[in-house]
Write a protein that binds this ligand. Sequence first.
Ligand code: 1HE
Length: 252
Amino acid sequence: MLSIDASGPIAQVRLQRPDKRNAISDAFIAQIHTCFLNLPASVRVVVLSGAGKHFCAGLDLSEMGERSVAEGIAHSRAWHAAFDAIQSGRVPVIAVLHGAVVGGGLELASACHIRVAEATTYYGLPEGQRGIFVGGGGSARLPRLIGTARMTDMMLTGRVIDAELGERIGLSQYVVPAGEGLARASELAARIASNAPMSNFAVMHALPRIAELPQAEGLFVEALMSSITQAEPDAKERVRAFLDGRAGKVGV
Ligand code: 1HE
């Protein structure tokens, strides 16, 4: 269900269940979790994409069945653990979106660090229509991306958001023509992989925590993180390279 090429610094991870629109079953969520927990040390960035017509149709509804309350909680917590392994993992993850990015598929996308949406992308939260609620971290992550009011609208009315509007409101950071998502993600991944590891660590792990802190505490943590990055030999060499004219200017 998950195809993984982790042979180079940029790993390609692909949802590979196109006949079921990459719907996420219990076995599938376990594979996603295992994959992100066990990325080889040589991997610096992951590009996550979906095979077939759509990125992901969310929860495999055929398995919803007759779960008890306790089983339902355990199920949701398994999704949380898997998506936490993405968001709070060791390396940045770029999602390449196309077609349906709905329900748990949108929850998966929202756990990634950068989202590149092809023009065919549409976003929906059909949970409201299915009589259920989000369970894959959507209520914690999506309001932070798009605001509680927009998520409320999507869930209450079944509103579907297209790629362009999705970019404007923060569901993706990029929109590209159909079929160009992987190429754009690979370019972005190469840039990310060329950064100092400590800078990427700070962006992935300090930045989201600082954003949740009161300002005074956030500024204090920023000062610590800033000093830690500057103390790295890598940072000293990169700054020297710029001052010596050996490193590129901003935007060049
Ligand atoms: C599925 C699923 C699925 C497709 N679970 N089997 N998610 C949803 O409510 C979305 C439900 N799916 C759809 O609305 C559509 O399938 C799509 C818009 C995503 C794609 O449409 P289309 O026309 O390309 O495909 P299709 O013909 O609808 O589906 C092809 C097959 O995939 C078909 O099975 P088949 O055996 O008849 O060929 C579908 O039944 C199957 N399929 N989506 C199971 N989701 C942690 S909580 C998260 C909560 C949620 O995610 S709720 C939202 C669930």
